[in-house]
Design a protein around this ligand. Structure first.
Ligand code: GAL
Length: 499
């Protein structure tokens, strides 16, 4: 799809969320730390259902194949003359801001790009190297162009993008929709076409992050937020038409102001949905909470951007870092590494390079996000910046994905009934894959318990249909409400009387 309109075709696909309150919970499987599945004796015979598994697995393969066909045939709306689409999946890469702020230069960025390759980050999908604020001189040239800072980028930007492209990576640049950037370097207001051409054609950048500082007075701009960001979208689109090349990926950054999830899909491929991230658990929890209410806005070619990752920067412990990374990945945020690569630890790398987590983010078949099916410690739909929703699920190419977040300050068991998730089938059992321990953890029937999830920790699971559940599993309905025998006998004890 080209920049602009076609993404709207995907909006119709956004699934609505059905929130179900579980009835009595019957734990038939559980997850300990280290994760071990415990099965009650009655389910030990489940092996005999392997035939059922084979049948259902083939069915699953067939049905996901047809899903792929559906998505592949969704009509896109390419801009005339634009041959390539950009931003179908959340973009992945490196961004300079969280680690370096304004202390950037060409040597550092070359080294960073080298490290993206050497550390194997490119191999798992991180393929953009994005230069954030502070790369330019404070004033434009006499001709009106932004100039690369002579001291910090003496070889010029073209040289830098040639180097980055030479490594097989893509390059991103930054500007602002107002008079200045947030660090008070030149912004692009009233220079949109000139700057789009400079960034893309002259300098060779493939992505533009576009910020929201130094807003012109109302009597000058006579536009709201949407109009202000449309100006650069149009410039990028027109330029792509003219050159016949892929448009720059347009990544809007107005911190969630004026509800970009309602309109930014028409302009670009990602939009910051929340204010600047900080390297604290409080910030991570707050961003997860805010985004839990707008997960429906994510789908191919348009994503809530939860901001550059803080993994590796010291403010989050191991469990919190895994939670941070899982939430960003499963909620389909762009994944931008934001730490010092020269001194990165193996532990940080093991988080950022978790292929099974990344596979959910980069799912080529399912573009939608995980969504809470139960908030947990809070009543459903509660907005709570320190205690966001805890029980999440979503569709994926290979099954239903679950994310359990322990928002408490101490470890806790976390249990859910499988069909609390709208993507699970009653009467079936599920093979459980743990996406952090990278182990197959047995079969879940009816419900699942993760034991002793660490404080602020996460459990990430992929559940695949594994055939019929054992005959005679009680109660007759996993979801009790209105459970009824063929002969009209009400099985539930909810107490509701029909009219
Ligand atoms: C902020 C933006 C940050 C960074 C910074 C640069 O507005 O949210 O991600 O780009 O500006 O000044």
């Amino acid at each position: 799809m080209a920049v602009g309109k076609s993404s709207r075709h995907y909006l119709g696909e956004s699934e609505s969320v059905e929130i179900q309150h579980g009835g009595r919970r019957r734990t038939t499987s559980s997850l300990d730390t280290p994760y071990v599945l415990v099965l009650t004796p009655r389910y030990i015979l489940i092996g005999i259902f392997s035939l059922g598994f084979a049948v259902s697995f083939s069915y699953f393969c067939l049905s996901s194949g047809s899903h792929f066909q559906d998505n592949a045939s969704v009509p896109t709306d390419p801009v005339e003359g634009v041959v390539e689409e950009v931003g179908q999946l959340p973009f992945m890469g490196y961004n300079t801001w969280n680690a370096y702020h304004c202390e950037i230069n060409e040597t550092l960025i070359r080294e960073t790009a080298d490290n993206v390759i050497k550390l194997g980050l490119a191999d798992v999908g991180y393929n953009y190297v994005n230069v954030d604020d502070c790369y330019s001189e404070k004033n434009r040239s006499e001709a009106g162009d932004i100039i690369a800072n002579a001291e910090r980028f003496p070889s010029g930007m073209r040289n830098l993008t040639d180097f980055i492209h030479g490594l097989g990576l893509k390059a991103g640049i930054y500007s602002d929709s107002g008079w200045f950037t947030c660090a008070l370097y030149p912004g692009s207001f009233q220079n949109e076409e000139r700057d789009a051409r400079l960034f893309n054609v002259e300098w060779g950048f493939d992505l533009l992050k576009y910020d929201n500082c130094a807003v012109p007075f109302d009597e000058i701009i006579k536009e709201g937020m949407v109009g202000k960001f449309t100006r650069m979208s149009n410039a990028i689109r027109d330029l792509a038409k003219e050159t016949g090349r892929a448009p720059m990926l347009y990544s809007l950054c107005q911190w969630g102001r004026e509800e970009p999830w309602l309109w930014a899909r028409e302009l670009g491929q990602a939009w910051r949905s929340t204010p600047d991230i900080e390297d604290t658990w409080r910030s991570i929890a707050g961003i997860i909470n805010a985004n839990s209410f707008i997960t429906w806005a994510n789908n191919f070619y348009g994503y809530n951007d939860m901001d550059i990752l803080e993994v590796g920067n010291g403010g989050l412990n191991y469990e919190e870092s895994k939670t941070h990374f899982t939430a960003w990945a499963f909620m389909k945020s762009p994944l931008l590494v934001g730490t010092h690569l020269a001194t990165i630890t193996e532990e940080t790398l093991s988080i950022l390079k978790n292929k099974e987590i990344i596979a959910i983010n980069q799912d080529p078949v399912v573009g939608t996000s995980v969504t809470p099916f139960r908030w947990g410690v809070n009543p459903d739909w509660t907005s709570n910046t320190t205690h966001p929703a805890q029980y999440w699920s979503g569709k994926s190419e290979n099954g239903t994905v679950f994310m359990l977040i322990n928002v408490l300050d101490e470890s806790a068991d976390m249990t859910f009934n499988l069909t609390e998730s709208p993507w699970m089938k009653a009467g079936r059992q599920y093979a459980v894959r743990d996406l952090w321990t990278h182990t197959d953890n047995g079969t879940a029937v009816r419900s699942f318990t993760a034991k002793a999830v660490p404080a602020h920790g996460v459990v990430a699971l992929l559940m695949k249909d594994d055939g019929d559940e054992p005959k005679g599993t009680e109660p007759p309905c996993q979801r009790e409400e209105w459970c009824m025998d063929k002969n009209g006998t009400r099985i539930d004890d909810i107490g509701f009387e029909p009219w």
